[in-house]
Design a protein around this ligand. Structure first.
Ligand code: AR6
Length: 169
């Protein structure tokens, strides 16, 4: 699908309408990509996040991008991996879907996703990639108004996984 792009690199550098953050339910920052986004956006981002009263797992909330090149940040809360029988797959699918729905509501045309839950939260990378690609493709088919979705991989393993899977289809 030509509206899907794959890159390996730092999501905070991308000049898109929105980048997605792999946040936790406090929305008050953390490590990984969340820490990188807050550092690059500046303290105003945390200030706005404080007004949101957190976010349940599988859901997402939007803020401004402040000092980022991206206009918005969509903070998605993926599940922590607990072995696979606690609804993790559905919750991860929901985090991607809700982010895309919020993008449409805000007239966002280009959006970049990190590999939600596959770092500190320990979700198996291959299964997470299948879920992410499936949800994005399904959504794009139903929503021509989204022009570009970028999978912003960071580690080599995720990059190779996505490269293989996107090539196949
Ligand atoms: N750009 C793109 N991807 C990145 C970057 C970056 N600058 N830095 C890391 N990644 P993680 P999670 C990748 O751990 O598993 C935080 O403390 C990384 O290689 O950031 O959803 C939150 O506050 C991995 O593939 O998020 C939560 O408490 C992916 O981003 C918790 O971690 C996700 O890894 C969320 O854990």
């Amino acid at each position: 699908m030509d509206r899907i792009e794959l890159i390996q690199g730092d999501i905070t550098q991308l000049k898109v309408d929105a980048i997605v953050n792999a946040a936790n339910s406090s929305l008050l920052g953390g490590g990984g990509v969340d820490g990188a986004i807050h550092r690059a956006a500046g303290p105003e981002l945390l200030e706005e996040c404080r007004t949101l009263n957190g976010c349940p797992t599988g859901e997402a909330k939007i803020t401004g991008g402040y000092h980022l090149p991206a206009r918005y940040v969509i903070h998605a809360v993926g599940p922590r991996w607990k072995g696979g029988d606690r609804g993790e797959a559905d919750l991860l699918a929901s985090a991607y879907r809700r982010s895309l729905e919020i993008a449409v509501e805000n007239e966002i045309k280009s959006i970049a996703f990190p590999n939600i839950s596959t770092g500190i939260y320990g979700f198996p990378k291959e299964q997470a990639a299948d879920i992410a690609i499936r949800e994005v493709k399904k959504f794009l088919t139903q929503h021509p108004e989204i022009e570009k979705v970028i999978f912003a991989t960071f580690d080599r393993e995720n990059y190779e996984l996505y490269k293989e899977k996107l090539k196949k289809e």
